[in-house]
Ligand binder design. Structure first.
Ligand code: DX5
Ligand code: ZN
Length: 218
């Protein structure tokens, strides 16, 4: 398990100033950047792809890019994301029947491997084999597809279930997380916190970054 990380979702930022927005998050104390890649197939939205990731990694050398791949064919983009400077490649278990070879291909490109579960997917979809092969498990607390949705409390028990089964793994939460919902996530055992609109829509984003970081480190 890594130390706790705060991973701002730059989906909520002004894409016209994307690299400046990313730098602002790091200067404000964030340790990861959460990059939401959507392909219009796995979810009904299109966001950014490997060329945009490459621009960010070029602008901020050494940045840890936490790439959340909401794509229908997760095996297809591993090399492109690695070439673009991705640090962690997190794909959805719902998008594949064969996750273990994808995890191996991610590791072969020296990225960390994450496996995500959407709100209607039980924690048992992460088998012992998958959980042990992965570096990070992502529990979605909204339906993937867009930012700014309401946090689904009913997903929190899955964090605790996975924490009990995989004490040594990183567990990320994503969707609707902010000052009022972060405590439940951290208490259930999450150590990697994603927040988009809670940070970018705040009057003082640095204050929200500090507050979320403090809660998850408690
Ligand atoms: C949803 C994305 C999230 C989203 C989070 O599909 O995976 O990362 O951008 O945004 P907030 O924090 O606003 O729910
Ligand atoms: Zn995400």
């Amino acid at each position: 398990i890594s130390p706790s990380q705060l991973s701002p979702s730059v989906l909520a930022s002004d894409f016209g100033q994307l690299t400046a927005e990313c730098k602002r998050m790091i200067d404000g104390g964030a340790t990861y950047l959460h990059m939401d890649v959507m392909d219009g197939h796995f979810v009904d939205n299109i966001t950014m792809g490997p060329p945009v990731l490459a621009s960010v990694s070029k602008a901020i050398p050494g940045i840890f890019m936490d790439c959340h791949m909401m794509v229908a064919k997760p095996e297809k983009w591993v090399n492109a994301v690695a070439d673009a400077g991705g640090s962690l490649y997190c794909f959805h278990i719902e998008a594949t029947d064969d996750p273990l070879p994808i995890i191996a291909s991610i590791h072969a490109r020296n990225m960390k491997a994450g496996v995500a579960i959407s709100p209607d997917t039980p924690s048992t979809a992460i088998t012992d084999e998958i959980g042990h092969a992965a570096d990070m498990l992502l529990v979605m607390t909204v339906y993937p597809g867009r930012g700014g949705q309401k946090f689904l409390d009913r997903c929190v028990p899955k964090v605790a279930e996975l924490r009990a089964r995989f004490p040594e793994k990183d567990i990320e939460v994503d969707g609707g997380v902010g000052p009022s919902t972060v405590h439940a996530c951290a208490h259930a055992g999450s150590n990697v916190i994603v927040a988009g609109t809670a940070i970018f829509n705040a009057a003082d984003p640095n204050q929200v970054i500090a507050q979320l970081t403090a809660t998850v480190n408690e």
